[in-house]
Write a protein that binds this ligand. Structure first.
Ligand SMILES: [Fe+2]
Ligand SMILES: [Fe+2]
Length: 241
């Protein structure tokens, strides 16, 4: 991370190059997935952050990198789609119903003193429903198209015919749905005061907020891998009409 060169890179590109940077952007509230096409210096201005301080934190994160996230820009698209399904989709299918159950219990116990929990339940239910249908569309329509494009020799890709026309159509639809999910996450973040438990929160309430915060972090990374790595690479495989 060099202050002179990297501050003009977009936030999405910085995470694409070094995935561990996502953790710092997450902590600072810098959106690197749906609105990641903003240079770092501009993102700092928009979020009221000091650029020098942000660069220092990014450098520290890089020095302490554990290697838990591999560089997906050098993987095949087939591998990346499999990774997304096995890690991120599986996580959401397990975690969303668990959190929906926790919200019901916390609302029962704390709804009287925390009426905003009703809005949390409503927003979360909408997000859960949309994400489950969104993941099915990726797994049954878009990801198979991407794998088919990748395994077809370049000079034969022009002969491929998809029922939805160009691959840009389902990609645009998925990106639109990512934006919708991003807005729901912002609402949850606001309604829960950045997932901070109130003084009277019981352990279940705290577990709920911690779980919601993890869903937000995971979804940001998940959407980043799709919007900023997988989709542009897939669109580039399709021959131009
Ligand atoms: Fe996905
Ligand atoms: Fe997606």
């Amino acid at each position: 991370m060099t202050l002179a060169n990297d501050t003009f890179e977009t936030v999405a590109e910085l995470v694409r190059q070094r995935p561990e940077r996502s953790r710092i952007f997450e902590e600072l509230g810098i959106d690197f997935c749906c609105h990641g096409h903003v240079p770092l210096d501009r993102a700092c201005v928009l979020n009221g952050l000091d650029l020098v301080d942000v660069c220092r934190r990014l450098e520290e994160a890089e020095a302490a990198v554990t290697g838990a996230e591999r560089d997906w820009t050098s993987a095949s698209l087939t591998e990346l789609t499999e990774h997304i399904v096995e890690l991120h989709h599986r996580y959401l299918r397990r975690e969303l119903p668990r959190l929906a159950g926790l919200i019901d219990r916390v609302l029962d116990a704390h709804g009287e003193h925390h009426p905003e929990l009703r809005n949390v339940r409503e927003v979360f239910a909408g997000l859960q429903c949309e994400l489950l249908s969104h993941m099915l569309k990726e797994e049954q329509v878009l990801f198979p198209m991407i794998r088919q494009l990748e395994r077809t020799p370049a000079d034969e890709r022009g002969n491929l015919r998809f029922h939805c026309g160009t691959i840009g159509n389902p990609i645009a639809m998925m990106e639109h749905e990512h934006d919708t999910a991003g807005k729901a996450l912002q609402q949850l973040d606001r309604l829960t005061h950045h997932y901070q438990p109130p003084d009277d929160a019981c352990p279940t309430y705290r577990a709920l907020l911690s779980g919601l915060e993890q869903v937000q972090s995971d979804l940001h990374l998940h959407i980043h891998k799709e919007n900023n790595i997988l989709f542009p690479a897939a669109a580039a495989l399709e021959p131009r009409a």
